[in-house]
Ligand binder design. Structure first.
Ligand code: ZN
Length: 271
């Protein structure tokens, strides 16, 4: 019988905890290492819907990208949503494991999967990690040059649907071939050389000031167009790859990916 200890040991060989950012809190959030594991559910977020789904499908383990408990928590009072979710998980016999920045940096990690989906060639991390070939974000070459508009369309088709869609800053017809990208919130990489020398930078959660400053600087000294996609959608692509890796190692376990949309936005009013 495969237990949680076996799954975690393998998970942490795929996504070593040493690769995580210092502010992050990946790893086991709740659960017993001796618990038998027959079914695993993957999701980007541990939220009411996905926790409920994990309990309903009788998953023994929920693996999420975002850690439910990342910053200091002083109570698991069930009137507070985190306490409520932890209680539901424990009562439902569902362990919770988070694979966050440690799953961002690796080969077949969150950004690497987006790069692969776009067919990027000669990819390298935007910010290299300690282990060769790992690091935050990816930069690479499209197999053939396209336009900014066509690339945005391709992303819209590739990613699961969200209310926010795909937002672009730049000329629709501009030619693009060198692409930098970072799954999740990547505005901290805007000033890096790899991003500044790319034709386009794809990431999520770009706020007014960082986006505007990057575009204004591009007018003076060159710089990338920007494509802003849903944070959830950009990370969701990775779940299938991660689930496949776990499934291959543990063929006896039933591994599923939640298709519930946990992007926080529900609708958009276009002006
Ligand atoms: Zn994220």
């Amino acid at each position: 019988m495969t237990n949680l200890r076996d799954v975690i040991e393998f998970a942490h060989s795929l996504w070593p905890l040493s690769g995580a950012e210092s502010w992050d809190a990946p790893g086991l959030v709740s659960g017993s290492l001796d618990a038998p594991i027959n079914r695993i559910l993957f999701a980007v977020d541990a939220v009411a819907e996905t926790v409920q789904q994990a309990v309903e499908v009788e998953a023994d383990l929920l693996i999420t990208h975002h850690p439910l408990l990342m910053r200091g928590v002083t109570s698991v009072n069930e009137e507070l949503y985190k306490g409520n979710l932890i209680a539901q998980l424990i009562r439902g016999n569902v362990a919770l494991l988070a694979a966050h920045t440690n799953a961002d940096v690796v080969e077949n990690g969150v950004s690497d999967v987006i790069a692969q989906s776009l067919g990027l060639l000669n990819t390298a991390p935007i910010q290299p990690g300690v282990v060769a070939g790992t690091g935050i974000g990816r930069v690479g070459q499209l197999p053939q040059a396209t336009t900014l508009g066509a690339l945005a369309r391709e992303l819209a088709d590739l990613l699961p649907n969200t209310a926010g869609g795909v937002k672009v800053s730049g000329d629709f017809n501009a030619s693009v071939s060198r692409v930098a990208l970072c799954g999740g919130a990547g505005d901290s990489l805007l000033a890096t050389d790899f991003v500044r020398t790319a034709d386009v930078y794809i990431t999520s959660d770009l706020r007014h000031h960082p986006a505007q400053e990057a575009r204004e600087q591009a007018l003076v000294s060159g710089g990338p167009a920007l494509i802003d996609v849903s944070h959830w959608a950009s990370e969701w692509l990775w779940l299938d790859v991660a689930a496949e890796q776990i499934q291959k190692q543990f063929p006896e376990i039933d591994v599923e990916v939640s298709d519930l949309r946990t992007d926080p936005w529900d609708f958009l009013v276009v002006q």
